[in-house]
Design a protein around this ligand. Structure first.
Ligand SMILES: *[C@@H]1O[C@H](CO)[C@@H](O)[C@H](O)[C@H]1NC(C)=O
Ligand SMILES: *[C@@H]1O[C@H](CO)[C@@H](O)[C@H](O)[C@H]1NC(C)=O
Ligand SMILES: *[C@@H]1O[C@H](CO)[C@@H](O)[C@H](O)[C@H]1NC(C)=O
Ligand SMILES: *[C@@H]1O[C@H](CO)[C@@H](O)[C@H](O)[C@H]1NC(C)=O
Ligand SMILES: *[C@@H]1O[C@H](CO)[C@@H](O)[C@H](O)[C@H]1NC(C)=O
Ligand SMILES: *[C@@H]1O[C@H](CO)[C@@H](O)[C@H](O)[C@H]1NC(C)=O
Length: 325
C-alpha cells in the first residue's frame, strides 16, 4: 500500500509538467505506454455519494480498468450533485463522491476533469484548488479548459457551461473568473482552434460537458452547434466526447468524420426521454455505464460498458479515414 502510494505520487508528478505561453491553453503532459499506445476510461454525471448505481459503475470501471491497464480517466463533468463543491473546504463532499467511490487499484491514475453545469452552481473554483487536490492527488483540473498531451493522442478539455445562454440569468451560477461571457468564449474558441490546428497528434479528442448533438433527453446544445461544432470540423477533431445527457450514445455526422459521443452514465440514468435527430444515431442506451478506449498509431477502438461491465456497443476508427495526413 505504501509502495503503491509512492508510485502514484510519481505518476501524478510526471503528469503535472504544466507549460503555458500567453494566449495558449494550459497543457499537461501524460506519457503513453512504452509501445506508444494508450488506454483511457471516460465517465460523466456521477457524483452522488455512491447512489443511483454510482458504486456499481465505479466497481466495473475498476475491473475494465485493470483488464485494459488504463493510463488515465476522463470525467465529462457534473462531478458533484446537486450543486458542486460548497468550497475548497468541502473535502467531505469531495471524498464521499470521489475518493471513497473510485477505490479500485486500476483507477489510481490521474483523472482529468471538466466541469458541468451542476459544478457551476456550487463553488466552481474549488475543483481547481490546491486544497481539494491535496485530498486526492489523482484529481487533475489545472484550469477549466486545458490540453492533455499523451503522445499519439491529444485531449482538449473545454469548459462548455459558459456557452449556454440561459444559465447566465440564473443567480446560482458561479461566474467568477468567467464573466464577461463574450470575452471568455472568444478567447477560449481562439485558443482551442490554435491548439487543434497546431496539434500533431494522431488522435484529437475534444472533451466537454454539454452535448453538441444528442437524441437523449437534453437534446442538442444550440450554442455549441453554432459556435463549437464548426471549429471542430474545420480543425480536424476526430471526436467530441461529452456528458450532460445521462446516457451512452454515438452519433456520426452526416457531413464530417467527426464522431459525437456521450458518456454521461456515471450514476442516475433511465430518464426515458428522447429527442429526434437528423444526425446518424449509431447507438443509444438510456442506462448507466462508461466508455473505454484503446488508441494506437494505426487504430482507435472504443466500447461502451454497462453497469455490469458488459460491452453494449463497440467500434473502431482507422487512421487513414479521418486524419489530415
Ligand atoms: C485559465 O483559464 C483562464 C480563462 O480561460 C485564463 O485566463 C488563464 O490564463 C488560464 N490559466 C492557465 C494557467 O492556463
Ligand atoms: C442499478 O442497476 C441495476 C442492474 O444491476 C438495475 O436493476 C437498477 O434499476 C439500477 N438502479 C438504478 C437506481 O438505476
Ligand atoms: C467552509 O468555509 C465556509 C466559509 O468560510 C464556512 O461557512 C463553512 O462552514 C466551512 N465548511 C466547512 C465544512 O468547514
Ligand atoms: C436574461 O434576462 C434578461 C433580463 O430579464 C432578458 O432580457 C434576457 O432575454 C434573458 N436572457 C436569456 C438568455 O434568457
Ligand atoms: C507540430 O510539428 C511542427 C513541425 O514539426 C512543430 O513546429 C510544432 O511545434 C508541433 N506542434 C506541437 C503542438 O507539438
Ligand atoms: C442537432 O445538431 C445536429 C448537428 O448540427 C443536427 O444535425 C441535428 O439536426 C440537430 N437536431 C436538432 C433537433 O436540431
Amino acid at each position: 500500500m505504501v509502495m503503491m502510494a509512492t508510485v502514484l505520487v510519481a505518476v501524478v508528478a510526471a503528469a503535472m509538467l504544466v507549460a503555458q505561453a500567453v494566449g495558449e491553453l494550459a497543457r499537461v503532459e501524460h506519457a503513453p505506454k512504452e509501445d506508444g499506445s494508450l488506454t483511457v476510461l471516460a465517465v460523466g454525471d456521477w457524483g452522488r455519494k455512491g447512489q443511483f448505481n454510482q458504486t456499481l459503475v465505479a466497481t466495473q470501471m475498476g475491473v475494465i480498468g485493470e483488464q485494459l491497464d488504463v493510463d488515465f480517466v476522463l470525467s465529462t463533468g457534473d462531478n458533484f450533485y446537486n450543486d458542486g463543491l460548497a468550497g475548497d473546504n468541502d473535502t467531505a463532499g469531495f471524498r464521499e463522491s470521489f475518493t471513497d467511490i473510485y477505490t479500485a487499484t486500476s483507477l489510481q491514475k490521474p483523472w482529468y476533469i471538466v466541469l458541468g453545469n451542476h459544478d457551476y452552481t456550487g463553488d466552481a473554483l474549488a475543483q481547481q484548488s490546491a486544497a481539494i487536490r491535496a485530498v486526492d492527488s489523482r484529481w487533475t483540473s489545472v484550469n477549466k479548459s486545458f490540453v492533455v498531451d499523451a503522445g499519439i493522442a491529444e485531449f482538449f478539455l473545454v469548459d462548455t457551461s459558459p456557452f449556454v445562454l440561459r444559465y447566465w440569468n440564473d443567480s446560482k451560477f458561479d461566474w467568477r473568473q468567467v464573466a464577461p461571457r463574450d470575452t471568455y468564449l472568444s478567447n477560449l474558441l481562439t485558443d482551442l482552434g490554435d491548439a487543434l490546428l497546431q496539434s500533431n497528434a494522431t488522435w484529437k479528442i475534444v472533451v466537454g460537458h454539454h452535448t453538441i448533438s444528442s437524441a437523449c433527453g437534453h437534446g442538442n446544445t444550440s450554442e455549441l452547434v453554432a459556435m463549437l461544432l464548426p471549429l471542430l470540423k474545420a480543425n480536424g477533431a476526430h471526436m467530441y466526447l461529452n456528458g450532460h445527457d445521462h446516457c451512452l450514445q454515438r452519433i456520426t455526422s452526416i457531413d464530417s468524420p467527426l464522431q459525437l459521443v456521450t458518456s454521461g452514465g456515471g450514476s442516475k440514468a433511465w430518464a426515458g426521454k428522447f429527442k429526434e435527430t437528423s444526425d446518424k444515431l449509431e447507438f443509444m442506451y438510456d442506462g448507466q455505464g462508461f466508455l473505454s478506449m484503446r488508441l494506437t498509431a494505426a487504430e482507435a477502438s472504443f466500447a461502451f460498458h454497462d453497469v455490469a461491465g458488459a460491452v453494449l456497443h463497440s467500434w473502431k476508427l482507422t487512421k487513414p479515414t479521418c486524419t489530415k495526413n
